[in-house]
Design a protein around this ligand. Structure first.
Ligand SMILES: *Cc1c(COP(=O)(O)O)cnc(C)c1O
Length: 247
C-alpha cells in the first residue's frame, strides 16, 4: 500500500500521460515540478521516495529549511518559483538551478552582481503576467521583448524560457489564452536570436490547468495541491499585493 502522496503522484502522472497523448506530445518532454510551499518535510520525503526529483519553492526561508533533507537524495533539483525580492537573491542562488520568476530589470541586475561575486552563472526564466491580473507578479506581455534584451546583457544569466501563472478560477478558454500568449512571446523572442537566450522552456500549468498547459506546449508544469493536498495558507500570502514588493 502506497501513501497518499505516492497515490496522488501516480494519478497526476497518468493525467499528464493522457494530455500528452491527446496532443501528440512525448511524456519525456514535459517535466513535473512539485510546488512545495507550506508542505511539511514528511510529505516531501514521501514524494522523493516515490521518485519525484524536481521541486519548486516560493520563499527563500522555506528553501533553507528544506535543503538538508533534499541533500540526502541524489538527483533532486530545486527551482525557485515565487516572487523574488532583491534582498533574498544571495540566499536563493545558493540552492537552486533555475529561477522561474525574473520579471524586472532591477532583479536581473542584483542577480548579476551576486553571481559575478561568486563567479557563477544562473539559468533563469522570465515570468510574464499573461492574465493581466493586478494580483500577480510578472512582466506585462508588452514589455517582454524589452526586458529580455536588457537581461541578455548580463553575461551571468542564461535565459532558458518563460513562466506564467494562468488566469485563476477561469474557464479553460481563458487559461488557454494565457498559455498561447506565452508561446507567442516565446516565438517572438526566439526570432531575435539574442546572446544567452534559448527559450526552450515554457513553465506553465498548475493543479487546475496543467492539462490545458500541456496541450499548449508546456515543458514544465508546476503542481502542488493535486499531490500534497490543500495548503493551510491562502495563495494570496505568496502572490498578491500583500506580498512585499521591494521595487
Ligand atoms: C503554489 C504554486 C503552484 C502550484 O499550485 P497548485 O494549484 O497547488 O498546483 C504553481 N506555481 C506557483 C508559482 C505557485 O506559487
Amino acid at each position: 500500500m502506497g501513501n497518499q502522496v505516492e497515490e496522488n503522484l501516480k494519478t497526476v502522472r497518468q493525467q499528464m500521460e493522457l494530455a500528452c497523448q491527446a496532443s501528440g506530445r512525448n511524456m519525456e518532454d514535459v517535466q513535473l515540478l512539485l510546488a512545495t510551499k507550506t508542505v511539511p518535510l514528511e510529505k516531501l520525503q514521501m514524494a522523493m521516495q516515490a521518485g519525484a526529483t524536481l521541486f519548486g519553492e516560493n520563499k527563500a526561508q522555506e528553501l533553507r529549511g528544506k535543503f538538508p533533507l533534499m541533500q540526502q537524495y541524489n538527483q533532486v533539483e530545486w527551482h525557485f518559483i515565487g516572487h523574488l525580492q532583491t534582498n533574498k537573491v544571495k540566499d536563493v542562488v545558493k540552492y537552486v538551478t533555475l529561477i522561474h520568476s525574473v520579471d524586472r530589470l532591477k532583479l536581473g541586475q542584483v542577480l548579476h552582481n551576486q553571481l559575478v561575486k561568486e563567479n557563477k552563472t544562473m539559468d533563469i526564466l522570465m515570468q510574464i503576467n499573461t492574465s493581466y491580473e493586478e494580483s500577480k507578479f510578472g512582466a506585462p506581455p508588452e514589455s517582454a521583448l524589452e526586458l529580455v534584451e536588457q537581461l541578455s546583457q548580463f553575461e551571468t544569466l542564461n535565459v532558458k524560457g518563460l513562466m506564467t501563472i494562468g488566469k485563476l478560477n477561469a474557464t479553460n478558454d481563458e487559461t488557454r489564452h494565457c498559455f498561447r500568449l506565452l508561446k507567442q512571446i516565446q516565438t517572438e523572442i526566439r526570432e531575435k536570436k539574442l546572446p544567452r537566450v534559448e527559450m526552450d522552456i515554457l513553465s506553465m500549468g498548475m493543479s487546475g490547468d496543467f492539462k490545458v498547459a500541456i496541450e499548449e506546449g508546456a515543458t514544465i508544469i508546476r503542481v502542488g495541491t493535486s499531490v500534497f493536498g490543500q495548503r493551510y495558507l491562502p495563495d494570496s500570502y505568496y502572490w498578491n499585493e500583500n506580498a512585499s514588493r521591494d521595487d
